[in-house]
Design a protein. Sequence first.
Length: 264
Amino acid sequence: MYTHNLDPVLFDFGLIVIRWYSLAYIIGILVGWWLGKKIIIRRFQNVNFKFNLEKFDDLITYLIISILVGGRVGYIIFYNVEYYISNPLDIIKIWEGGMSFHGALLGVVIGTYLFATKNKISNLFLLDVIACVSPIGLFFGRIANFINSELIGKITNVSWAVIFPTIDLIPRHPSQIYEAILEGIILFIIMNILILKKKYVTGTCSYSFLIFYGTFRIIAEFFREPDAQLGLLFEKFSMGTILSFTMILMGLITLIFLRKKNEL
C-alpha cells in the first residue's frame, strides 16, 4: 500500500508556478507533434498521397486551442455547469484542473474539420494521425491526475491500493494509473499497429480510437469514484461511462459508413 505524498507543483518561483498538470499537456503536445510527423512520413508519403509537413505544424495551433477550449467547455457543460454559472471567473482557471477528455475530443474534431476544409486536406487522414499520437497526451494527463490526487478510485483492500491524504485516509484503487495504462500505453500500441498495416484504409484509426478508448474508459470507470457533484446518473452510470458509450456508438457508425463507402 502506498501513501500519496506527491506535490502537484513542480517548481514555484513566486509569480511563476509550474505544475505537473500543465507540464503534462506541454509534453503530450510536443511528443505528439514530433511523432505525428514521423507517422506521416512513414505511412503516407510513400503512397499516392503527398502532404506538406509544414501544414501539420500549422494544425498544431488549431489543436492546442481546440483541446483547451473544448476540454474546458466540455467539463463545464458535462460535469459542473451550476458551479461555473455561479462562479464565471473560475472558467479561465484551467491551471486548477477541470478539463473533460470528451469535450477536448469534440474540440479536436471540430478544429481539425475547420483546418482540413480550409486547406483542402482529407479530414479523416488528419484525424487518423491524431488518433495515433493522442494516447501520449492521455498517458501524461492521467499521471498528472494521479499526482494531483484527483479522479480518485473506489475504496479497496488490494495490496497496491493508494491512500490520498488530501482526500481521506482510506485505501483506494489508483484508477488514474489504470487509465494511464489502458488509455495511454495499450491504446497507443493498438493505434500504431493499425496505422502501419500494409493495406491501411483511411479512417481506420479514427473509428478504432473511438471504440477502443470508449471501451477502456468504461472499464476504468468501474474502479473510479463518480464525480462528487454529479454522482451516478440514473443511479447506475457515471457521466464518463455515458459519454464513452456514445463514443463507441459513433465509432461503430463511422465504421459502417466507411465500409459501405468502400464497397461502392
